[in-house]
Design a protein around this ligand. Sequence first.
Ligand code: G6P
Length: 607
Amino acid sequence: MCGIIGTLGHADVAQDLLEGLKRLEYRGYDSAGIATLYNGSIERRRAEGKLINLGKVIEKEPLQGDIGIGHTRWATHGVPSERNAHPHATDRVAVVHNGIIENFRELRRELESSGRIFGTDTDTEVIVQLIHHNLSQGLKPVDATSAALERLEGAFALAILFAEEQELMIGARRGSPLCIGWGQKEMSLGSDALALAGLSNRISYLEDGDWAVITRDGATVRNTHGELVERAIRTTALSEKQMSKGNYPHFMAKEIHEQPTVIGQTLNTFFNPLDRSISLPELPFNLLEIERITLIACGTSFYAAMIAKYWFEQIARISVDIDIASEFRYRGTPMAKGGLALFISQSGETADTLAALRFCRKQGQHIAGIVNVSESTIDREADIVFNTHAGPEIGVASTKAFTCQLVTLACIVIATARVRGAISREQEQELSSAITEVPARAAEILNHDDSLRQLSNVLAGARDVLFIGRGASYPIALEGALKLKEISYIHAEGFAAGELKHGPIALIDQSVPVIVIAPSDALFEKTASNVSEVVARGAQVIFLSDSKGIAALGDQAKESIELPTVHSFVAPILYALPVQILAYHTAVLKGTDIDQPRNLAKSVTVE
Ligand code: G6P
């Protein structure tokens, strides 16, 4: 949430900052701003709304200078407006901030009583006023900042610019991510490596509590105790090309269509084609000794956890707890030492997931992560990480990262089941073969794009849409509903088909499309009965199944989409695709902002 960038050394720095902000816009897009130093003075341009508005402002009133900071905002304190847009500044200091300063009211009262006058409703402004106050007490910029950082409570990543200091920028992180880009007489700061992709591919990641003094020649980093520390410089493979839409109208469309490839890439890291077996990297714990697994995540990643619970329990015969990170982190769950806590996150930065990870560490759990963004905080804090290879996911609604998480979880389940003796060698081969078919079957499903697009006409006219499924199809029903509501703004709910009679069936009438996720698996007949019940009450059923399922039930459905016949183990991975495509086309019909839906941000780095 909120993207920050800073750079020094580039001529026409405002253009570089705008380009960097474009790559960060997925983090928030309700306002944006840039500040530069020109002839020693802080110059600012800010605009409410999307980055394009800031671009227009800068076109009209260009910003000069070769040092500057920029921000794209997801509002926490203070409505989205130009006045509340970052950078916040006085005539001596300018700041961009990602995070929340929790003690801002107290600091603001204190600073106001010492004469500082505030101009915004944001928590961030206290940082600016505090540093300015320290400067006016005679402290030099570095000391003024260090003293201010000591007073701040909460989470932050900051980039700070000082009037008359053409050679200095300060970056600091506590809670929120920040990295440094190294160049030749050019240095930069950014929320993540994506932001810096056009500026530098040599990146060092700040650790929690670090702050860095950056000049054109390099950076010195201090830790939370003020000690000088070294942070390794790594070369990233990220390129600007990976962050373009190619020939697709939206990132979401591109990312949906990349799934056969990226699922294959992810699978290749586990699958051994010679003996059709799955192997995991060396683990820092013994799978045989794990008595309980806890899976924790947020949003779409949580639905991947839900599906994995079915798999772990049914196939590997091990008990699994699952939880939403924001609920888990404050419940104080007692955990028997030596369990495995597995955190699933596309970004690797979700604040609640990270807090849950740290809680589990204190409870003596082995910490594993499934993460798409390498070098993200979860990637670095976990004892073992299984990286998904989805590539940069820019569309706010997660698609390819989800299916890659599922493939990874499926491989972990097979390996766990084998080690624990829950499956035979033949069963392992059967399950592994089923997974290896996923990329090809996913490609087949993408061929249904046209029929799914036609179906989306039914959804686009609806006020409410229900998704139902049983077993591992139930989380897909939840995911289908989430996708639809986040990008088309249509009210949608997912239900376990067996729960309908306990309440949700009261919602059903002729105006409510009911999307049924029903591969022909062991629970098919049960779902079929639920379909009859909703059809009897006038629902318009849209049926997603395979040829056998459609033959058994097709005549009851208003519409059916025939999906490939696959092993029931991998069906949830594949049935994710049609619900993504349906949501996508419905949103196109509604004319919503698909890649940047209102009020959402891709990386939720605040609670
Ligand atoms: C946000 C995104 C979702 C994502 C969730 C969890 O809400 O919009 O697409 O599923 O965060 O993010 P993570 O990066 O931890 O998977």
